[in-house]
Write a new protein. Structure first.
Length: 156
C-alpha cells in the first residue's frame, strides 16, 4: 500500500501571497518526498518577473497518530517535515525548514515569514518547498497542511 496524497492544491496565487493545502493519508511504511511549492509555476508579478522563492508566513497543520493511538513522545505520528529543496529539479530532499507533529499553527508574519537561507548558497536550490513523509509515520495517520506564503521575485 502507498500513501494517498491529495494536492498540493493552490487556493490563491496572487502577486504577493500564495495559499496552498495538502493532505496525506499515510500507510506507515512508505517514506515519500512530495513537491509542495513549485516557484517556477507561480504567477509572475505585474512587471512580468518570475517568483524565485517563497517565505512561510503562516501555517496550520494537523498530524494524527493513526489507529486510535494516544499521542506520546515516542508515538507522535511523525514527524512530517517541510524542506527547502536542495536537490534541484529532482525533488528528492533538502534542508529542514520545520518539523511538524500533532496539530498547531504558527504566524511568522511579524518577522517577514520564515525564509530559505540557502537560496544563494546552493546551485541546486531552486526556491521550491517539499513535504517529507517519513517512514516512521504510523499506518492510518492523516496529515493536513495549510500554508500562506509570501512571494519574492529576487533572492534577497
Amino acid at each position: 500500500m502507498a500513501n494517498t496524497t491529495v494536492g498540493p492544491t493552490i487556493q490563491f496565487d496572487g502577486t504577493k501571497k500564495l495559499i496552498n493545502i495538502i493532505s496525506v493519508s499515510c500507510d506507515g511504511a512508505t517514506a515519500e518526498v512530495i513537491p509542495f511549492v513549485d516557484v517556477s509555476a507561480l504567477t509572475a508579478n505585474a512587471v512580468g518577473q518570475a517568483c524565485t522563492q517563497v517565505a512561510l508566513n503562516k501555517i496550520w497543520y494537523s498530524v494524527s497518530t493513526g489507529q486510535g493511538a494516544v499521542p506520546t513522545a515516542a508515538n507522535v505520528g511523525g514527524p512530517i517535515e517541510l524542506l527547502w529543496n536542495t536537490s534541484g529539479n529532482a525533488n528528492t530532499g533538502g534542508q529542514l525548514a520545520m518539523g511538524l507533529a500533532y496539530d498547531n499553527s504558527f504566524d511568522m508574519s511579524t518577522i517577514g515569514g520564515l525564509r530559505n537561507p540557502l537560496v544563494l548558497a546552493s546551485a541546486n536550490n531552486n526556491g521550491d518547498v517539499l513535504v517529507n513523509i517519513t517512514a516512521s509515520v504510523n499506518d492510518g495517520s492523516d496529515c493536513t497542511l495549510i500554508c500562506e506564503w509570501l512571494k519574492y521575485y529576487n533572492n534577497y
